[in-house]
Write a protein that binds this ligand. Structure first.
Ligand code: PLP
Length: 437
């Protein structure tokens, strides 16, 4: 028998949502927030503190979405808050260089062997879009290869999904993307060496870059084998193409050197976002001095931004990375996460539930499947998302906030206390009992 708990009240959120629909398409400013893949009205959040969130109806949650990854220190971190408020008194934006940019860049570059120079932008989308332009400008080639199941933001070249067949030109995955753009992007499956070989033979001399999420974490958590990533490195090098690691999620989440260090592979261009802004809108792309020399004003690849290197965002990023650079920070977070995950796995095993939890660093993902490895998008059964929907509702009813889609990963922050994790552990047990009742 499962412990029945009543549904949380969503009266105020529902009223706000109805109003929001008058202002925004679907009532939201980013589609997944509309809760289309889970039950009920989206929750309108009022405030956050440490690992906790409060919504407009006064419901309190322990948060595992963490603003989709940036909040590795939780909400309302005092050091970030003080750094941001100190900057607020000095000015919000100057459109001119500041020392803050130097400081944040130094924190990133001096702790990261994979980049010599970076450029700050205002979002992950912008970082990736600029990295693609840089790769094209550097190689003087046009085609890009991406992987089914990797998300790189919403720029035209990357809103492309696989066509049918082993290697095909992509098809647009959004209305409004010209077919001519999609024709420049080739989409292949992850973890498929034959597809990589074929793409480089079919499009010899035409591929500017292959882009991959450091650890693909936008369509489940698709952890790749080191040998595969090394193959990707080798085949791009031998064909004169660049390898782009999109580390918007994994950068500073798996450590300062992200997935590049995890695989021990040197990408040509890396993109960052999320954590480096400490919750403010920031992105960055970086590469060797040689490649970055192609960016304007030094080189001919144009890229600019009114609010790039915004001082308030830089202040938040500096405060964040200063804390993350303390010895042992990542080791502790990883240990906390792996203990949390192992205890749930033990419960799942005891109950014999068809659920697997994949994890790396402080990222975790529940798959409603028993597979030992899920490394490609097509290995995820879409019908399993129905189970996630039930789990999501049951967790919200027990004060636990997971992302509103079963394809999204969860994040543990340094603000999650042992008590938070204990409460969550028992809530997950009950939620799973409700899923498999
Ligand atoms: N790249 C990756 C790997 C992401 O996860 C995201 C967003 O989730 C982006 C790029 C786009 O970043 P943003 O939403 O800041 O534009």
């Amino acid at each position: 028998m499962t412990n029945q708990v009543p549904d949380i009240s969503r009266v105020k959120s529902a009223t706000l949502y109805e109003k929001a629909k008058n202002y925004f398409p679907g009532g939201v400013n980013s589609p997944v927030r509309a809760f289309k893949s889970v039950y009920g009205t989206p929750l309108f959040i009022e405030r956050g503190d440490k690992a906790h969130l409060w919504d407009a109806d006064g419901n309190e949650f322990i948060d595992y979405c963490c603003s989709w990854g940036p909040l590795i220190l939780g909400h309302n971190n005092i050091e970030i808050r003080e750094a941001v408020s100190a900057q607020l008194h000095k000015g919000l934006s100057f459109g001119a260089p500041t020392q803050l940019e130097n400081t944040l860049a130094e924190l990133i570059i001096s702790n990261n062997r994979y980049v010599d120079k970076i450029r700050f932008v205002s979002s992950g989308t912008e970082a990736v879009m600029s990295a693609i332009r840089l790769a094209r400008g550097y190689t003087k080639r046009d085609k890009i290869v991406k992987f089914e199941g990797c998300y790189h933001g919403h720029s035209d070249s990357l809103l492309v999904k696989a066509g049918s067949g082993l290697v095909t030109f992509g098809e647009t995955s959004s209305a409004g993307v010209p077919k001519a753009f999609a024709d420049e992007t080739i989409v292949i499956a992850l973890n498929d060496i034959a597809a990589l070989d074929k793409v480089f033979s079919d499009f010899e001399g035409q591929i500017a870059a292959v882009i991959i999420e450091g650890i693909p974490a936008n369509n489940g958590l698709l952890i790749q084998d080191k040998a595969y990533i090394q193959y990707l490195r080798d085949i791009t090098t031998s064909n004169g193409s660049l390898l782009i690691f999109d580390e918007v999620i994994t950068g500073f989440r798996l450590g300062f050197e992200g997935a590049a260090k995890h695989y021990d592979v040197q990408p040509d261009i890396l993109t960052y976002g999320k954590i480096i802004g400490g919750g403010m809108p920031v992105g960055a792309y970086g590469a060797s001095n040689d490649i970055m020399g192609y960016i304007s004003p030094d080189g001919g690849v144009y890229q600019a931004g009114t609010l790039s290197g915004n001082p308030v965002a830089m202040a938040a990023g500096i405060a964040t990375l200063t804390i993350l650079s303390q010895p042992g920070f990542y080791e502790k977070l990883e240990e906390t996460t792996s203990t949390f995950v192992s205890r749930i796995r033990d419960f799942i095993r005891e109950k014999n539930y068809p659920v697997s939890i994949f994890t790396i660093g402080s990222i975790f993902w529940f798959a409603f499947a028993t597979d030992k490895k899920i490394q490609r998008a097509d290995q995820i059964d879409p019908s399993s998302m129905e189970k996630y929907k039930v789990m999501h509702r049951e967790l919200l009813n027990r004060g636990i906030y997971f992302g509103p889609s079963g394809y999204e990963v969860g994040f543990i922050s340094a603000a999650h206390t042992p008590e938070d994790l204990e409460t969550t552990h028992f809530a997950i047990r009950e939620a799973l009992e409700a899923v498999f009742v």
